[in-house]
Design a protein around this ligand. Structure first.
Ligand code: RUB
Length: 320
């Protein structure tokens, strides 16, 4: 590796995130910060300025992988804004310390959030889930540790079927699982006590960006009076929405929806594969964060407290 180059493992992490071998908002944030830390420790840069430039390039590369989960830019921002040092070794050490602090905070936030979310769950409750969220699983895991017996109805989550991962992990927690196709949610919604979903981004107005199908589920739950809880650590709050920026919804490849053979059978059809949707705050009962439980309308105050005014985008500093 030449000084100024981005380390191979940064490129690998970026590819894994883009290909969804590494996925889920909290997990991609973790991996991205680990990649930045690796860049710092293994860099052959001869001075602090070169290392700083490498880190910005690495952050940009990681940032570009998936556009919707704000945990990714928030995590990169955490490291880039806090790193300091005029000489190479102090800058390198500061990146490592800051990255480790971020990773520790991430774990702590999920554990704290889990304890708060578990209070929503009563012994004997049935929970419906969508996609795969480590923040949701933290709530259920804590409730199980408290001795609560729970059941789960798990939506498969087309096209990538992340529901299978959720089903497996719930089984490991001792939660009996009924796996359903997404369209069967209507049939089962009245049998459940709660809908629990995660988030990739939460906007300043309290709307929740999560896996496509979340909005339909929330509308359905509201129709029958089933509470919708969003489990999302504050890393999922999108400070750019404060300044009026929209959340970009990722469109993924047609091949996730139909294979080549089906496509040629069907003939000329357009395939659309948006990965996320936006659930308006009126369909969400509560957002569980590590800072407590908030009505979606209260998110704006929390965001202001955490981010103050419009934040910077430090990975853009090196751009001309
Ligand atoms: C994952 C997804 C999850 C959130 C929250 O989508 O929508 O609900 O990322 O996950 P994808 P977590 O599979 O496309 O990444 O709670 O683990 O951060």
């Amino acid at each position: 590796m030449e000084p100024g180059d981005v380390r191979e493992s940064v490129a690998e992490t970026a590819e894994e995130i883009a290909a969804m071998e590494v996925r889920g908002a909290a997990t991609i944030a973790r991996e991205a910060v680990e990649a930045l830390r690796d860049q710092a420790t293994e860099s052959t840069a001869g001075d602090a300025e070169t290392l700083r430039m490498e880190l910005q390039t690495a952050a940009r590369r990681l940032r570009e992988t998936r556009p919707t989960a704000v945990s990714l830019p928030n995590a990169l921002r955490f490291v880039l804004e806090r790193m300091e040092g005029d000489d190479l070794e102090s800058l390198r050490a500061s990146v490592v310390t800051t990255a480790d602090e971020f990773l520790e905070r991430l774990d702590r936030a999920q554990a704290d959030l889990g304890r708060i979310g578990a209070n929503r769950l009563q012994d004997g409750d049935t929970v419906m889930t969508h996609c795969h969220s480590t923040d949701v699983l933290a709530c259920i895991e804590t409730a199980r540790e408290q001795g609560k017996e729970l059941d789960a109805v798990v939506k498969e989550t087309r096209p990538r079927k992340q529901g299978h991962l959720t089903a497996k992990q719930l089984r490991d927690l001792g939660v009996p699982v009924t796996l359903i196709v997404d369209s069967a949610a209507t049939r089962y919604i009245e049998d459940v006590d709660h809908v629990f979903v995660g988030a990739d981004s939460i906007r300043a107005d309290g709307s929740v960006v999560n896996k496509i199908g979340t909005r339909g589920l929330a509308v359905l739950a509201r129709d029958v009076g089933t509470p919708v809880t969003v489990a999302a650590q504050t890393l999922k709050l999108d400070p750019d929405t404060f300044a009026g920026h929209a959340v970009e919804i990722e469109n993924r490849a047609d091949e996730e929806v139909i294979d080549e053979e089906t496509r040629s059978d069907l003939g000329e059809v357009e395939v659309a594969n948006p990965a996320f949707d936006v659930t308006p705050p009126r369909h969400v009962d509560a957002v569980v964060t590590e800072r407590g439980l908030f009505p979606p309308e209260g998110i704006v105050a929390l965001m202001r407290e955490l981010y103050g005014t419009t934040p910077t985008r430090p990975w853009e500093e090196g751009e001309t």
